[in-house]
Design a binder for this molecule. Structure first.
Ligand SMILES: NC(=O)c1ccc[n+]([C@@H]2O[C@H](COP(=O)([O-])OP(=O)(O)OC[C@H]3O[C@@H](n4cnc5c(N)ncnc54)[C@H](O)[C@@H]3O)[C@@H](O)[C@H]2O)c1
Length: 283
């Protein structure tokens, strides 16, 4: 079988990744989305709202207000909260706000994260480990905990956590980042079992390379060098992804269509994590 040459063109990204007609998949539901000022979180908050959910969009960046404003101007329901997703009081307050403003909590997307950079082994520091684990893993735990404390009383709810292909195997992130994302996957498995009998589901989504705020430097460097068409060539789809493609997976996990999906880590990565490294044409 002949393989097409590796090129990533924006035109290869299906338009339905960005635009699908609303089917009211989350009609009547309420959701919290963290990291909602940018990238995957922003796209998910917008998609959840377009599918009928009332959304609390949380981010430490004030730009989260623009996400909520965009939802409202499109006719949706949203409030913005500027807060630190790794601070327990901020998280507890956000859950209390969504209960007070929207009367319940059905969906929680713990998505905020930082990369920590690609620091070589011997230059890595304990401070950076603490910062990355604090936001990516402990912050995710805190939102899952405070959301679940409410959800178990109603015997339903869906918690989604953003992990990464970096949590599945090496080569996609720095040392603390990759460990934090493996931790998210492990935590999701453990919490699914801790929540036995409650009716609350918890899953992780593992994005591959997505163009977002976090990966902007990669894209900018490639565009400067004229090598943008090489980005993402390592996966079988031979392209990078866009935030809406992760938002669609989160929407599925949030929805009743995923009613029997629990304790899983679902890769959305163009097939990147499906293979051992190979050199195409040399098999
Ligand atoms: N972009 C990728 O290729 C990729 C791949 C795998 C996983 N991810 C994960 O996806 C998630 C979303 O990242 P993104 O790619 O959309 O990047 P992004 O930088 O565009 O968005 C991340 C958002 O999280 C917010 N945030 C960070 N720390 C926070 C804190 N303590 N409190 C509140 N908000 C905070 C940031 O302000 C930002 O708005 C992250 O968990 C990231 O690790 C991204």
């Amino acid at each position: 079988m002949k393989h097409a040459p590796a090129t990533t063109q924006r035109s290869q990204i299906p338009t339905h990744a960005a635009i699908l007609p609303s089917m009211d998949i989350l009609k009547g539901k309420t959701a919290i989305v963290t990291g909602a000022a940018s990238g995957i979180g922003r796209a998910s908050a917008m998609l959840f709202a377009a599918e009928g959910a009332a959304v609390l969009a949380l981010d430490r960046a004030v730009e989260v207000q623009a996400t909520a404003a965009a939802i409202r101007s499109a006719g949706g329901q949203a409030i913005a909260v500027v807060a630190d997703s790794s601070a327990e009081q901020d998280v507890a307050d956000a859950v209390a706000t969504v209960l007070q403003e929207f009367g319940g909590l059905d969906v929680c997307f713990a998505n905020a994260g930082i990369s920590g950079g690609l620091v070589p082994f011997f230059e890595e520091t304990a401070e950076r480990w603490r910062e990355v684990l604090n936001i990516n893993l402990i912050g995710t735990f805190l939102l899952a905990k405070h959301a679940a404390m409410h959800m178990v009383t109603r015997k339903r709810g869906s918690i989604i956590c953003t992990a990464s292909v970096a949590g599945l195997r090496s080569g996609a992130g720095g040392i603390p980042y990759s460990a934090s994302k493996a931790g998210v996957i492990s935590m999701v498995q453990t919490l699914a079992n801790q929540l036995t009998g409650t009716g609350v589901r918890i899953n992780a989504v593992c994005p591959g390379l997505i163009e977002s705020g976090m990966t902007q430097p990669i894209f900018e460097r490639a565009r400067e060098r004229g090598t943008e068409n090489k980005i993402g060539q390592l996966n079988p789809l031979q392209r990078y992804g866009v935030p809406q493609e992760i938002a669609q997976a989160a929407l599925f996990l949030a929805s009743d269509a995923a009613s029997y999906v629990n304790g899983q880590a679902i890769a959305v990565d163009g097939g990147l994590s499906s293979s051992h490294p190979i050199v195409i044409g040399r098999r």
